[in-house]
Design a protein around this ligand. Structure first.
Ligand SMILES: *[C@@H]1O[C@H](CO)[C@@H](O)[C@H](O)[C@H]1NC(C)=O
Length: 250
């Protein structure tokens, strides 16, 4: 009985050891990759496999060219295409692609990242703009949207102020209020005495009319004076009569 038990134990152990041995031969060490039955040395970052190793030769590697990269030791036969920073996703280049590293993108000016990735960004969105009646509480950054806050009380902002401004008090300026302030706009005031509109539409034409009347008066007076001088230039009618009388035969 004891002999049979130890036999089973030995066979069991042999099976386990065999399985372990197979497992060990399947796995390659961390600096190697498996291809077929071989464990081949990996290519260094920036390079890819050109020819796998054989029993007699080591792996043959060549560099990544064009817009391709490999950022880890590898057993790959093709390099990976570099990422494109798509302006349609609100992105621009932060670090260009190299044979050993992918392109790193960042948000465009006026955008913030909604999908951060490592030290870069995969998708960005435009900063919100605040509405009239709101002020910019926190300006947008590359990682955060603008923060807008409503104006309260007797103050306003057109949406681009960094704080709400108090409404202008027309009566404190001795002016008349023509529109009252809203959260989005200031009150509007007007000067009650001699508004420039009145000066322009009444006083200026009035001066013009007076000048024209004065000119007409002076012209007609000159005409009258010229008319009264005319008879003195013609010969005296009494002299003419006396001359005619002297020619008559006595
Ligand atoms: C708000 O007012 C400022 C200065 O008064 C002006 O420069 C800006 O264009 C205005 N913004 C809007 C959205 O009307």
């Amino acid at each position: 009985m004891a002999q049979r038990q130890s036999l089973i134990l030995i066979i069991g152990l042999a099976v386990i050891l065999t399985l372990l041995n197979i497992e060990l031969s399947v796995a390659c060490n961390p600096a190697e990759y498996k291809t077929g039955d071989e464990c081949c040395p990996m290519c260094s970052p920036g390079n890819r496999v050109y020819k796998h190793c054989t029993e007699y030769t080591s792996t043959s590697c060549i560099p990544c060219v064009g817009s391709t990269y490999l950022d880890k030791p590898n057993g790959l036969t093709a390099c990976i295409q570099c990422s494109y920073c798509d302006p349609g996703f609100g992105l621009t280049v932060k670090h260009p692609c190299t044979p050993t590293s992918d392109t790193v993108c960042k948000p465009l000016e006026g955008f913030y990242c909604t999908d951060p990735y490592k030290d870069g960004c995969k998708v960005a969105q435009k900063h919100s703009s605040c509405n009239p009646g709101q002020y910019i509480s926190q300006k947008g950054t590359t990682s955060r949207d603008t923060v807008c806050v409503d104006c309260t009380g007797d103050s306003y902002s057109n949406g681009s102020f960094t704080s709400c401004q108090p409404h202008t008090k027309c009566e404190n300026l001795n002016l008349e209020q023509i529109t009252s302030g809203t959260p989005g706009s200031d009150s509007e005031c007007e000067s009650p005495a001699f508004p420039t509109a009145v000066v322009a539409s009444v006083v200026v034409p009035l001066i013009g009319v007076i000048l024209v009347i004065l000119l007409i008066l002076r012209f007609t007076r000159n005409q009258q004076r010229a008319g009264s001088n005319e008879p003195t230039l013609s010969p005296d009618p009494t002299t003419t009569i006396s001359l005619i009388e002297s020619e008559r035969p006595a």
